[in-house]
Design a protein around this ligand. Structure first.
Ligand SMILES: *[C@@H]1O[C@H](CO)[C@@H](O)[C@H](O)[C@H]1NC(C)=O
Ligand SMILES: *[C@@H]1O[C@H](CO)[C@@H](O)[C@H](O)[C@H]1NC(C)=O
Ligand SMILES: *[C@@H]1O[C@H](CO)[C@@H](O)[C@H](O)[C@H]1NC(C)=O
Ligand SMILES: *[C@@H]1O[C@H](CO)[C@@H](O)[C@H](O)[C@H]1NC(C)=O
Ligand SMILES: *[C@@H]1O[C@H](CO)[C@@H](O)[C@H](O)[C@H]1NC(C)=O
Ligand SMILES: *[C@@H]1O[C@H](CO)[C@@H](O)[C@H](O)[C@H]1NC(C)=O
Ligand SMILES: *[C@@H]1O[C@H](CO)[C@@H](O)[C@H](O)[C@H]1NC(C)=O
Ligand SMILES: *[C@@H]1O[C@H](CO)[C@@H](O)[C@H](O)[C@H]1NC(C)=O
Ligand SMILES: *[C@@H]1O[C@H](CO)[C@@H](O)[C@H](O)[C@H]1NC(C)=O
Ligand SMILES: *[C@@H]1O[C@H](CO)[C@@H](O)[C@H](O)[C@H]1NC(C)=O
Length: 701
């Protein structure tokens, strides 16, 4: 899921007026999801914030009382603690990862104890690498079985960046596609899943054989096994059954080229047999292939009684935005392990993002994007294909994380355009609010759902297209405001309009799929129609003072708009990480994406690439444009930003180029983020007439 700050901060800054600075917004605390203890009395979450004064980040662990919403800082869990996991069957027993290791530089340690008695904390395992993603199950005998992941050498041994030898030359030699991805260049190492046991009879010390790599026995022909799948995979990519007997994990299809395909499979293997090869339950030769379930898998989760496994899978073998459907399989005690395999509510026109079992093991709770917000839905595991799931949460908040409590109510960690974090408990009939950042963080004070509205208009495909409206502080309907038009992705006192054109998720798969081979087509036509709607219907918007901002696909769209009539309506444009030369689209590593989006290869379907090439319209470029593109963006290389900037400069169009050498597709470092916001706001304020000169520290020739 997307970071709250990446999308909403700029929208809020646009709308909040002068009351709040980018610096204030970016120093507000960021809180993780809250994870409840086994009895459902407390939940734990981390909070971190950055101080521009001290130029330093700080973080804390916090306890949320689920009865009354009070929050207390857990001082015993210092900043060394990177993860905390509750132990089943107890109230306050935890095991945590201490990200330091006195004996092994670059290693971590596992500690066990009672959260409310810090003197009970004891070191139980010393691990020789940067392990993370701990999952623990307590067996009948009291042993603690755990899974954890780390980088490993090709021979399966743990890799430790601090002690590893460095080669003399810095050259990287490749023989295959996928040489780099997102923000890293591929090295021989891959992430692997390790298992270990803390024996109750031995004072919970790690057993003599240490941790075992569970991927070493997995055969492959083309793509080496790896879990979590990089760059976004985490402990959600694997699971340990509650009885401690089974391990499930996902890994990309071993028989397919990783650059060409999104396909991945779920593997099962008995926990106690590290010598046994894991077996895919939905790969070639399984019933999954017979029904065309060929694509990316996700989120394996064992049922409470360990007898079943639920997971998500897409059909399309190379389409990353295909619909993710829910499946449940039985766990069998002999190979091939996964059986009785079936899709749940397979015709439902929503793509599921995550799932959890209800305590009775008869139904699932799943989250999916629905009409612009992430919501929860209940799904009985015997639901037929035409079953229409009921929403468990209502509109008004995005579900970012959720955990089912023992009484079947659900602890939800949410966010929204107006709040960076809400915690609440939802049951069938009631919603109990425990916390909202709007009541504690001065940056968000006074914000509420009242500041946000939506409208629908008929889009290019003849179906309704939704758009958000975010109103500025002190909004008065009889006044007029400049417009910040955000394509997926304003500023001081703007009305922000953020349409969800063709290609958006949450309105069914037809709208999502219809962007294929239409990059500058249907979505562009939708945006033109959104503009017409605004002009005709939103009298408080002064369309003579309009700016447009877009990131990623929205950055491409900004470059496309620059060459077309809509571009002439705006006083300024901002493109963050936008593609400008579709003929150069093979510079990314995600070839599956390029080949799907243009419906074919550059050599056999060149006309599709040419049709949607913003660079074919350079002669029309004339609206002032700001470009941001960073050096570690390998998904869309920074040369795209430089190319666009050079086109604009050569055509005499006012333009600036901002590049961060140490950021990827996103801008994550607080000081850089501040520079981003100040420059972007400065640009649009200057051209929309709000005022202010452009910053004079831009480097000229
Ligand atoms: C909330 O409940 C906890 C324990 O259940 C208690 O320690 C705490 O004082 C309560 N807080 C408030 C504000 O009532
Ligand atoms: C983490 O480990 C370090 C030693 O590497 C130790 O000094 C520190 O007390 C530990 N912190 C916690 C919270 O366990
Ligand atoms: C595995 O490979 C690494 C790196 O080449 C090497 O240092 C290590 O000794 C090897 N381990 C085994 C068990 O072969
Ligand atoms: C993996 O490959 C080896 C060598 O080809 C073979 O002996 C073994 O049976 C294979 N394992 C599986 C699970 O296919
Ligand atoms: C990747 O896909 C392209 C286009 O279909 C194909 O030409 C190429 O051979 C594929 N490469 C691999 C390694 O499968
Ligand atoms: C489902 O969503 C609708 C529309 O947002 C809402 O009116 C209804 O209360 C929701 N159902 C539940 C159980 O929250
Ligand atoms: C707009 O309406 C408010 C009351 O809603 C009034 O106080 C204000 O004077 C009006 N402004 C203009 C420009 O008409
Ligand atoms: C203005 O809003 C009305 C009512 O929703 C709608 O029928 C009309 O199409 C809108 N105008 C434009 C140009 O979109
Ligand atoms: C994609 O190409 C296939 C044939 O290769 C064609 O049937 C399909 O209509 C194309 N889709 C689009 C959206 O152009
Ligand atoms: C420039 O825009 C005009 C008006 O929309 C259009 O007719 C023309 O084809 C465009 N030229 C290029 C090179 O895109």
């Amino acid at each position: 899921m997307v970071n709250w700050l990446s999308i909403f901060a700029i929208a809020l800054l646009c709308a909040r007026g002068w009351a709040i600075t980018p610096e204030q917004m970016l120093s507000a605390p960021r809180r993780s999801g809250a994870v409840p203890n086994p009895t459902g009395e407390y939940a734990i979450f981390s909070a971190s914030s950055y101080s521009f004064e001290k130029r330093a980040s700080s973080s804390s662990w916090n306890l949320l009382h689920l009865k009354n919403g009070s929050i207390q800082t857990l001082d015993a869990l210092t900043e060394d603690v990177s993860e905390v996991v509750w132990i089943s069957g107890s109230k306050s027993e935890v095991i945590y990862v201490n990200a330091t290791n006195e004996e092994i530089p670059g290693g971590v340690t596992l500690w066990l104890g009672d959260l409310f008695e810090p003197s009970s904390f004891k070191l139980v395992a010393s691990l020789p690498g940067a392990f993370s993603g701990l999952k623990v199950s307590k067996t009948h005998s009291g042993d603690l079985k755990f899974l954890i992941n780390a980088l490993a050498y090709p021979n399966g041994t743990i890799y430790n960046a601090e002690t590893a030898s460095t080669p003399k030359g810095t050259g990287r030699l490749y023989s295959d596609t996928f040489v780099r991805h997102w923000d890293f260049w591929l090295t021989p190492e891959r992430y692997a899943l390790f298992s270990g046991t803390l024996k109750s009879k031995e004072n919970h010390a790690l057993s003599q054989d240490g941790v075992q790599n569970r991927l070493t026995n997995l055969n492959y022909t083309v793509t080496r096994p790896e879990t979590p799948v990089q760059p976004f995979g985490d402990e959600g990519d694997y699971d340990l059954s509650p009885d401690g007997k089974w391990v499930a994990f996902l890994s990309k299809a071993p028989e397919l080229a990783k650059a060409n395909y999104t396909a991945s499979y779920i593997y099962l293997v008995p926990f106690d047999s590290p010598e046994v090869a894991p077996i895919a339950i939905n790969g070639p030769g399984t019933p999954a292939q017979g029904i065309g379930a060929l694509g990316a898998s996700a989120g394996p989760r064992f049922s409470p009684d360990s007898s079943k496994i639920a997971f998500l899978q897409q059909d399309g073998i190379s389409y990353e935005s295909d619909k993710s459907k829910v499946y449940v399989a039985a766990v069998r005690h002999s190979a091939p392990y996964g059986g009785g395999w079936s899709a749940i509510a397979g015709d439902w026109d929503r793509s599921v993002d995550s799932l959890a079992w209800n305590p009775d093991g008869k139904s699932l709770l799943v989250s999916a994007s629905d009409l612009g917000e992430e919501k929860l839905f209940t799904l009985p595991i015997d639901a037929p294909s035409d079953y229409e799931p009921r929403n468990f949460t209502t509109a008004g908040t995005n579900v970012a994380d959720f955990h089912v409590l023992p009484d079947s109510s659900v602890l939800v960690s949410g966010n929204s355009i107006w709040s960076s974090r809400d915690f609440y408990i939802k049951s069938e009939k009631t919603t109990k609010y425990l916390f909202s950042a709007t009541t504690t963080d001065p940056e968000l004070e006074g914000l509420s759902s009242d500041d946000v509205e939506q409208f629908y208009f008929i889009g290019a495909l003849g179906i309704p297209i939704q758009s958000w409206i975010i109103k500025p502080k002190g909004f008065q309907a009889n006044a007029t405001y400049p417009l910040a038009f955000i394509v997926h992705g304003g500023p001081q006192g703007y009305v922000v309009i953020a349409p969800n054109p063709t290609g958006s998720s949450g309105w069914g798969q037809f709208l999502q799929d219809s962007i294929q081979n239409q990059w500058g087509g249907h979505p562009y036509d939708d945006l033109v129609k959104a503009w017409d709607y605004i002009e005709a219907n939103l009298t408080y918007i002064d369309t003579d003072r309009a700016v447009e901002l877009g990131a990623s696909y929205g950055g491409y769209m900004t470059n496309w708009i620059q060459g077309h009539d809509l571009g002439r309506k705006f006083k300024a444009l901002v493109a963050h990480d936008g593609l400008v030369s579709t003929l150069g689209a093979y510079a990314t590593e995600e070839l599956w994406f390029t080949q799907h989006e243009y419906n074919g290869t550059l050599w056999d379907n060149r006309e599709n690439y040419e049709r949607w090439d913003p660079a074919a319209h350079i002669k029309n470029f004339s609206t002032p444009q700001f470009i941001i593109h960073s050096s570690e963006d390998y998904r869309l290389p920074e040369t795209e930003g430089i190319t666009m900037f050079n086109y604009l400069q050569s055509r005499g169009v006012p333009s600036r180029f901002l590049s961060f050498p140490n950021e990827n597709h996103w801008v994550l470092k607080p000081e850089n983020s501040l520079q981003w916001h100040e420059n972007v706001l400065g640009w649009i304020n200057h051209y929309s007439g709000i005022g202010g000169p452009l910053s004079d520290d831009a480097i000229g020739s």
